[in-house]
Design a protein around this ligand. Structure first.
Ligand code: CA
Length: 233
C-alpha cells in the first residue's frame, strides 16, 4: 500500500504550474495538471486525487466555483493558491471548504510543508472512520478529548467551557487554517453573528493560559484577516 500520493494541480499560469509539478515530483509525488476549472471538476471525479492545488483565478470559471462543485463529492485536501490582492476570495474559499492556502509567490519548502500537513490530515481522516481520536499532542501541549483535559508543560490548564470548545476545535483541526466564520459557526452555532471582536477576546484569554509569551504565540497562530491555526508540528 505504498502508492504515490496523487496531486491535481489546477493552475492556468504555465510557469507556476510547472514549478509546482517539478517540485512535487522530485519529492516522489505523482502530479496531474490542468489549466481549466471545468476540466478540473471532471478530473476530480475520474482520478480522485489525494490533494488538490487550486489557483483561484482561472480563465473559465472561478476557483471558488470549483470548490462548490467538488467539496461534497471528494475527501481530497484542497489547498488554494491566491494572489495577494485576493484576500476576500481566499477567506471565501476556506469557508466553502478549502483546507489551506498559499499566497503567491511561495517557496518550495512552504509548498512541501503544506503538502505534508494535507497528507497527514488525510490519513487522520481515514483512521477516523474506524476509531475516534481521543488525544492530541504537539510540543508541550496535550489535550484529552474524553477527559476534557488540557495540559501544558505537565500542568493542567483550567479553561472555561467555551475556551475548551475553542481549543478542542483548533486541536482537532491542527495545521489547518480555520476562518473566523467557521469557528463562530462551530462553537456558537453562528449565534455570535460573525462578531470577530468577541472571538479575539476569547482567543486572547486562551493564549494567556497556554502561551509562554501571548504576544508571540507558539501554539495558536493568527492568520491576519482570515482566522486562526493551531500548529501541528
Ligand atoms: Ca491564475
Amino acid at each position: 500500500m505504498s502508492l504515490k500520493p496523487l496531486i491535481l494541480i489546477i493552475e492556468d499560469e504555465k510557469p507556476i504550474s510547472k514549478f509546482i509539478k517539478v517540485s512535487l515530483e522530485t519529492q516522489g509525488y505523482e502530479c496531474i495538471e490542468t489549466q481549466s476549472g471545468t476540466n478540473a471538476i471532471s478530473l476530480v471525479y475520474s482520478i480522485n486525487p489525494d490533494i488538490i492545488i487550486l489557483d483561484l483565478g482561472l480563465p473559465d470559471i472561478d476557483g471558488t466555483e470549483v470548490i462548490k462543485k467538488i467539496r461534497d463529492v471528494t475527501l481530497s485536501n484542497i489547498i488554494v493558491v491566491s494572489a495577494r490582492e485576493q484576500e476576500r476570495e481566499k477567506v471565501n474559499a476556506l469557508d466553502l471548504g478549502a483546507d489551506d492556502y498559499l499566497t503567491k509567490p511561495f517557496s518550495v519548502p512552504e509548498l512541501l510543508a503544506r503538502i505534508r500537513v494535507a497528507l497527514r490530515h488525510r490519513s487522520i481522516n481515514n483512521m477516523d472512520k474506524n476509531k475516534a481520536i481521543t488525544k492530541f499532542e504537539v510540543k508541550n501541549l496535550k489535550i484529552d478529548f474524553e477527559k476534557h483535559e488540557v495540559i501544558i508543560d505537565d500542568n493542567e490548564i483550567h479553561l472555561t467551557p467555551i475556551e475548551y470548545k475553542l481549543m478542542e476545535l483548533l486541536c482537532k483541526n491542527a495545521g489547518k487554517v480555520l476562518t473566523h466564520k467557521f469557528i463562530i459557526d462551530k462553537v456558537w452555532g453562528g449565534y455570535l453573528d460573525t462578531d470577530t471582536q468577541s472571538l479575539r477576546v476569547f482567543m486572547a484569554n486562551i493564549r494567556r493560559k497556554i502561551e509562554k509569551n501571548p504576544a508571540k504565540p507558539e501554539y495558536i497562530k493568527t492568520e491576519v484577516g482570515v482566522g486562526y491555526k493551531l500548529i501541528d508540528e
